[in-house]
Design a binder for this molecule. Sequence first.
Ligand SMILES: [Fe+2]
Length: 345
Amino acid sequence: MIFRQLFDSVSGTYTYLLASRRGGEALIIDPVLEKVDRYLQLIHELDLKLVKAVDTHLHADHITGLGALRDRTHCITVMGEQTKADVVSMRLAEGDRLTVEGVSLDVLYTPGHTDDSYSYVMRDRVFSGDTLLIRGTGRTDFQNGDPRAQYDSIFNKLLKLPEDTLLFPAHDYKGETVSTIGEEKAFNPRLQVKSVDEYAALMNNLNLPNPKMMDVAVPANMKVGLAQDEIARRGWVVNAADALALVGRPDVAFIDLREDTERAKHGVIPGSVHAPYPHLPADIAPGGKLQELAVSTGKRLVFYCAFGERSAMAVQAARHARLESSCHLQGGIDAWKKADGPLLR
Ligand SMILES: [Fe+2]
């Protein structure tokens, strides 16, 4: 198991790098833009392949590294389904699993600090974002924060984890690095309340100044999606309305880049070939299954995913691999559903 806790001293942010082995797939939680070079160096040194970059919530105090990591590694960007950030290529909800090779985290929806706050539980540890901090809790006075929701997230979800669960938060300003659920239950001053009303009163009277970076970070973090203008200009896209007419055509193959859990939850375009995005380089290389499919049948490959971000990266890679007629479904299954496209479950 590879586990690294990395620190950005400017914003007091902890970033976590996880992988099951050297040479394997990795995921990173809450990366900071200014530290991206450092993460990539470490990922290279440990011979890892970054597959997923995750933000626990929309940050107000630093600019996320998700967009830069996607641009430089073609990784999948992940946030919760409530988020207003456009960077996400995969959205998770309570009960889902966040996985890369050999690593599996349970997804907990823990709103309160923001309405898009999530926590991730991996066996003996929890990554609690800004929901539960060491001897503190994330403020609830902006970004649709809600102290009552946070009370529920903490008392009815996080504190229900085993007491020896290690707590790894997204921030610390005093140099603490890790705690446990049991320790926070006993010693976190914010949690020594008798009711949700008492907690809400406590949180509503903190009178904190806004974070220095807030006016910059929040708008920036909402707009780190993949720039797709060039892909559209080259005609490598098909919109959902036009794609409807392609279902069942013998000269077209829809290629589903999503994971099994996304397919089960949202359905599949009839007749699709499943080719998960992390395996794309092998699938489009000479001898790979998508290269073979295109060459042997002459079919046009139409890539799709959840929101059109993985498929936009896939079509660029496919064109580069000489799959000249390939295109991608703009807006992904989300747009397909809005166009009343047929889905198999
Ligand atoms: Fe935060």
